[in-house]
Design a protein around this ligand. Structure first.
Ligand SMILES: [Zn+2]
Length: 235
């Protein structure tokens, strides 16, 4: 689904004349393959949110191991100290105490060599934390435990987008009623009075066939044995 969503979104942008030069995604392998094989002109970056640029990024990353212990000066010329304001008073955090089990374990994860190698490839400029925030908002309008029709999902995504755009720039979570008032006015003053044009608009929305319809049902025996061999390989 991630790959299909990626292809559709990119196609939509390109159809509307956007020339995409670089793209930042998580490390989804299907998406990586599409960009590598079919979109060779696009530079692909990984998002720092999902990893956890180069040497400086590694220096910043490893500084986190200090930061979580309330140490904000680092023994590294590339990133000698944290860039945040002093975290005192109201801004103080619950720091991890050095040498405790929790601190040791988190530090081991942060500084794992294989992980640090991937940190080198993360995006220098852009990251998708806004998208992550948007995604968690989508879940509130359209819980994953419920299956929605394509148009039902589309409507919920559109409402999520409006809600997000109204609230994203605010420092604290405050619910704005501006777009809700507009929606209510539209609903009761226009749609209820004459639903025909809105129904017509809805009828004209092209609905793609379900993703699962694009795949042939594999032979059960073959699918089971493939799953097993993958399982054994990964262990
Ligand atoms: Zn710090």
């Amino acid at each position: 689904m991630e790959k299909e969503g990626f292809i559709r979104s990119l196609t939509m942008l390109e159809e509307r004349g956007v020339k995409v030069q670089a793209i930042v995604t998580d490390r989804h392998t299907g998406v990586q393959k599409v960009i590598r094989e079919e979109k060779k002109d696009i530079t692909h970056y990984f998002d720092p949110w999902h990893m956890g640029k180069g040497e400086e990024a590694v220096a910043k990353w490893t500084s986190v191991a200090n930061h979580i212990q309330d140490v904000h000066a680092h023994d590294n010329a590339l990133f000698p100290c944290c860039q945040h304001e002093p975290l005192v008073g109201e801004r103080a955090r619950q720091w991890l105490r050095p040498s405790t089990a929790a601190c040791e374990r988190l530090t081991a994860i942060l500084l794992a060599p294989r992980f640090l190698k991937d940190v080198e490839k993360i995006s220098p400029l852009y990251h998708t934390s806004y998208i992550e925030a948007f995604h968690s908002l989508i879940i509130r309008f359209s819980p994953k435990s419920v299956g929605f029709s394509f148009k039902g999902m589309l409507a919920r995504l559109q409402i999520s987008a409006m809600h997000y755009n109204e609230n994203a720039q605010r420092t604290h979570a405050r619910t704005s009623t501006v777009y809700i008032d507009k929606l209510m006015a539209l609903l009761f003053e226009c749609v209820v009075q004459d639903a025909a044009p809105y129904q017509e608009h809805s009828d004209n929305i092209p609905v793609p066939e379900p993703l699962c319809g694009q795949y042939e049902r594999p032979d059960k025996k073959e699918a089971v044995s493939r799953h097993r061999s993958r399982f054994f390989k990964s262990t």
